[in-house]
Design a protein around this ligand. Structure first.
Ligand code: ZN
Length: 130
């Protein structure tokens, strides 16, 4: 397993980490298999979506903000309940097929790390299984 560090710059930020995952797959040397990308945090998540047009990430971020607004009567005393809920909505892991030693993403797909309680230093754990 490889650990990549992601330094986020904002409270909420969606970051294309496809290049880091591709590097980890190359280093793993697995030709045919599956890559699991796991986020070991409760206020961040990961998803796959379009990386060609940055406005897709902006629309997703804006919609999540409307779905889970700050200022509701959340019970969690730490004050970051919206971040926890958004993390559950997007999920903590994705899997991508590996063939010919390369990630097999669709033409427009990218792997997007989702920060919901930044800025922070975050980890992403990348495993490649044959
Ligand atoms: Zn919390």
């Amino acid at each position: 397993m490889r650990r990549a560090t992601i330094r986020t710059q904002a409270k909420q930020e969606l970051i294309d980490i496809t290049p880091q995952v591709e590097r980890a797959v190359r280093e793993a040397g697995v030709q045919e298999g599956i890559c699991t990308v796991f986020v070991p945090h409760t206020t961040a998540g990961i998803t796959i979506n379009e990386n060609a047009d940055p406005s897709v990430k902006e629309d997703l971020a804006a919609l999540l903000e409307r779905l889970v607004p700050p200022g509701l009567h959340y019970r969690h005393a730490e004050g970051n309940s919206p971040a926890h809920i958004k993390a559950s909505l997007v999920g903590s892991s994705v899997q991508v097929p590996v063939s010919g030693g390369r990630l097999q993403l669709g033409t427009w797909q990218g792997i997007i790390f989702c920060e919901f309680d930044g800025p922070r230093s975050r980890e992403v754990w990348i495993s490649v299984h044959s």
